[in-house]
Design a binder for this molecule. Sequence first.
Ligand code: FES
Length: 254
Amino acid sequence: MNKITVKRFDGQKKYESSYELSDEVIRGKTLLATLQYIKQNLDPTLNFVAHCRSAICGSCAVRVNGWAVLACDTMVETLFQSYETTTLTLEPLANFPVISDLVVDWDQALEHLARIHPTIVPYKEHSPKSGSVQSQKELNVVLSAWDCILCGICASQCTRYSQDKADYLEPFAFAHAWRTTMDSRNADPLVSCKAAVENGLWRCLHCQICMHVCPKGINVAEYIVDLRRLILSKKSPSDIHPEIRRRKPAEKKE
Ligand code: FES
């Protein structure tokens, strides 16, 4: 028999619940579908979050045997096989306040994201009619960072953030600082870069766990290196990524 143990919290006390599941029950199920089975058939009090069920919204991230995964994108049989065990332990993401069971509070993380100003400052000369045009090459520079679904997995596994949260941010915040810095439509690209420095850019330990655990394959560690190069060189983003150039409304689209 397979067993899933969930480390739980009811708002006041911590405790554990274990659920026994036959091979037949878990066959072909994702971890999320297994949690839904438990809630519908074994324990209606178990709390977890999920929305898209398609690895898009990022809401279903949980830790399995200490490692964060997207529950909707992870087959539960594969977990039992890869850990060579009949018991899995589920916990909420680390480094987030826990609301209940596997549900965590994102308020603080979103406030941290806001600190790096992840927005694009439009060029003054761009009118609503001309828009803020971007070539395919320029878009390609930042496209990988747009894949971030804010699942919180990198924050849960980050070595530096786990060690000290007082002077550092969740890795995804640095990914978004890089994105806005390198976006060709940004008239003031160093705003996010400087905010990243003020919020711990140089404190990254470069363990690179963030890029290994990211379900979208985003290389946050490389982005952090990019931002550091930019600061040290005192150059502009287009010196680091030649594809980026300042675009004026009068120019023709490529
Ligand atoms: S439910 Fe949306 S990412 Fe898993």
